[in-house]
Design a protein around this ligand. Sequence first.
Ligand code: NZQ
Ligand code: ZN
Length: 395
Amino acid sequence: MNNFEYCVPTRVIFGRDTHKKAGAIISEYGFHKIMIHYGGGSVRKSGLLGLVEESLREHGIEYILFGGAQPNPVLSLAKEGMELCRREHVEFILAVGGGSVIDSAKCIADGALNPDIDPWKFFLKEEVPAKALPHGNILTLSASGSETSLSCVITNEEGGLKRGFNSPTHRPLFAICNPELTFTVSKFQTGCGTVDIMMHTLERYLGGPTKDTPLTDRIAEGLLTSVMEAGTVADKNPEDYEARATLMWAGSLSHNELTGLGREYMMQVHQLEHELSGMYPAIAHGAGLSALFCSWSRYVCEVDPMRFAQLAVRVMNEEMNFEEPLKTALNGINRLEGFFKSLGMPVSLRELNAGIKETDLEVLADKCSFYGSRTLPGIRSLGKPEMVDVYRLAY
Ligand code: NZQ
Ligand code: ZN
């Protein structure tokens, strides 16, 4: 096990009716003027926004509304939000929505207090946000883990570049997680969320060379098994509270380091996917991951078949073939692919129906390799030629 530091400071308020406590929780921190940030309108339609406003009014908290964060949120809207926060002297941002809204809020929070820095420089890792507005969230979709994570992922429309960076300023003060709020999430987005949650753990489990992490492995395997069960139930019965609750809690745990503690990893499939949804904003992040993951696995698993075979046996109920572990590994990948299909998720780039052309694969690899200047470490390192191979295999 490698050395590690573990600190997940976000306060999680989990369960039925917790969204009604928003006003009380925010007033505990002493904020008087806040911004509510939301997306394309699902929170208006469901009535959640009205309830949150009511709760804020009850506690005498002044607020402004700022909606419009789109799936795969963009920098231009975040810049508008930064201006608004400065003009209105906002003290705190409450994100109400899924990962896109929360990430947009994090970006606004960084930029609002750093007016002299081009916020894109944070994503290019040329600047670091030394301070930011505090923020919290009411989560409405189980997927990204952004509700407790230290990541923020934004698309710069100029160049169609989707980039993320980690910062302590991205840790929300609190996350209000009521699984009932996810009953209205569509079948497709539920599938995308299930895949994304699994992927945050799978990429840690399969992403690097460290071997001696038996406890972390078992935690990861338990999470994956639970998420597969809950994802199947939620797909069939969107209002199953227990399934929605498992997905919601797993979403946070899967991306707050717990399932990768003591391991080295690089999230190669995430890096490959961000180029897809950056270039084709209609692609949902989870669908992009689903389209890539099994091809990536087949490409890299020869280097460490025992690791993939362990996953196959412990999570996918495959029999171990000790003479030919690669066979076990590949059977496990096939089973996982079958699971993604059972949720209606795409397992190839063509199935994304986004109009990706074969000639685009080179461009995607160019962007992902920063025009040939970076190699992604992992079980098998991916430079630009290998990235093209994976995109081709997935095509
Ligand atoms: O915009 P609204 O109207 O709210 O609708 C959303 C959106 O259309 C809808 N939705 C959300 N909650 C709903 C609902 N519809 C009905 N009922 C509800 N309760 O679902 C659609 C998708 O929402 P979005 O927020 O885009 O989904 P998700 O949570 O999967 O977030 C995806 C974004 O998170 C990033 C992804 O790259 C992508 O941009 N990620 C962020 C990470 C992080 N910050 O730690 C890590 C992840 O790996 C990921 O990269
Ligand atoms: Zn993800």
